[in-house]
Design a protein around this ligand. Structure first.
Ligand SMILES: NC(=O)c1ccc[n+]([C@@H]2O[C@H](COP(=O)([O-])OP(=O)(O)OC[C@H]3O[C@@H](n4cnc5c(N)ncnc54)[C@H](O)[C@@H]3O)[C@@H](O)[C@H]2O)c1
Ligand SMILES: [Zn+2]
Length: 363
């Protein structure tokens, strides 16, 4: 089955894209893992925890687990503390490995807990959403939301291994599944014109969740992400292109009290930022291909119920702000992005035309 390496010098690791969980136990056993604590949340625990436990126990690994009420709205200090205290309660030591079983929320919180407990436990990411398989499980960004904004507290903590069991995608709710394509389309837009064209032509098998089509698209997305992460692990330059759409997306998510799905917010953010780039003369012909592709995957292109003022307030707090300038990754054409510095004082330009609940009270 496809596996690839994220080439981070002494911290290189393998991403396994597999039909299911089978093989994970022997793989970890071969890496010298003897004891793990699985961190997950109730929905995924009901569906997949017992399969994972059997797989690991079958390889002679001692398995303990923690089920936390993790959602985007609870991706906070409280749940992070519960996770950390829970791990300590179980008496973990430096050799214990944390296994994050779930979507991006579980991966981010468990990852940040693993980065903190005993100054760093190893972590295995087992992503169960499309978004987590193509994006959040790879690259080592972990963290939680603050009352001041999304993902403002966290750490870089690379996993020792990523195992994506593609069968888990069959149990995802439709809207959740589709939201993952927000990140797939993002990476194609900023880094791979061929993948973008492929998605335009071959959406059908993906919409039907064909395992073969999924394996191929996950593999392609992860290769792209791994290349970008390897060239800029701590996000001081090129890696920022992966934040395309995210300045506006994080604003929308925070303004909605984190009720929006991340991938859906990214879709809206991509359109808003691409429209802005076209108005500024940085890009041409992107929106006319981006909008139909997002629609094909039933993703939103606008946020009509969101207050533009609230989005703007949240955007001002975005962690990517450097001095008085914001760095906005701009798709200058399909498949290629550039980083543009934009004054924070003119942030509102990015969401012009985004929503009717906007600056013009008469609309
Ligand atoms: N660290 C990074 O680099 C990075 C990158 C992108 C996104 N993120 C973060 O990831 C989060 C979004 O992740 P997400 O979209 O996976 O959301 P999520 O983790 O909230 O999962 C979405 C929903 O799917 C359910 N679910 C998960 N797996 C399932 C399965 N196999 N079957 C049925 N239901 C399942 C969950 O219970 C949840 O309700 C955001 O917090 C975002 O900030 C992080
Ligand atoms: Zn994202």
């Amino acid at each position: 089955m496809p596996s690839l390496t994220v080439p981070l010098r002494e911290r290189a690791y393998t991403v396994h894209i597999e039909p299911g969980f089978s093989g994970l136990g022997p793989t970890l056993q071969g890496e010298g893992v003897r004891r793990v604590v699985v961190v997950t949340e109730p929905v995924v625990a009901n569906l997949w925890l017992s399969t994972l436990i059997s797989e690991l126990e079958g390889a002679g690994i001692l398995v303990q687990h923690q089920v936390l009420a993790l959602t985007e709205a609870t991706k906070t200090f409280d749940l992070w503390r519960e996770c950390v205290e829970g791990l300590l309660e179980l008496g973990v030591d430096r050799r214990t490995v944390v296994v994050a079983l779930g979507g991006g929320v579980v991966g981010d919180v468990a990852g940040f807990a693993a980065a903190s407990v005993l100054r760093g436990l190893r972590i295995v990411q087992v992503p169960t959403t499309l978004l987590a398989m193509v994006d959040s499980s790879v690259g080592g960004k972990t963290g939680i939301n603050s009352t001041k904004g999304k993902n403002l507290i966290g750490a870089f903590h690379q996993p020792m291994l990523v195992w994506a069991p593609v069968c888990a995608l069959q149990t995802l709710e439709e809207a959740e599944y589709l939201a993952g394509f927000g990140e797939v389309i993002k990476i194609a837009l900023v880094a791979d014109a061929a993948l973008f064209a492929e998605l335009e032509v071959h959406a059908a098998p993906l919409l039907e969740r064909s395992p073969d089509a999924l394996m191929a698209v996950i593999q392609r997305s992860v290769v792209l992400k791994a290349e970008i992460v390897a060239s800029d692990e701590k996000e001081s330059g090129l890696r920022m292109v992966l934040n395309a759409g995210h300045t506006v997306a994080h604003g929308i998510e925070a303004a909605s009290g984190f009720q929006w799905r991340h991938g859906a917010a990214v879709a809206v953010g991509l359109v808003a930022e691409a429209r802005w780039a076209e108005r500024q003369g940085h890009a041409a012909g992107v929106v006319e291909r981006l909008v139909p592709l997002l629609r094909r995957f039933q993703l939103p292109i606008d946020a009509p119920e969101t207050r533009a003022e609230s989005v703007l307030v949240a955007m001002r707090l975005d962690k990517k702000n450097a001095d008085a300038m914001l760095i906005v990754p701009v798709p200058v054409e399909v498949g290629r992005a550039e980083l543009i510095r934009h004054p924070i004082s003119q942030l509102a330009e990015l969401i012009e035309g985004l929503s009717c609940v906007a600056f013009n009270p008469s609309c």
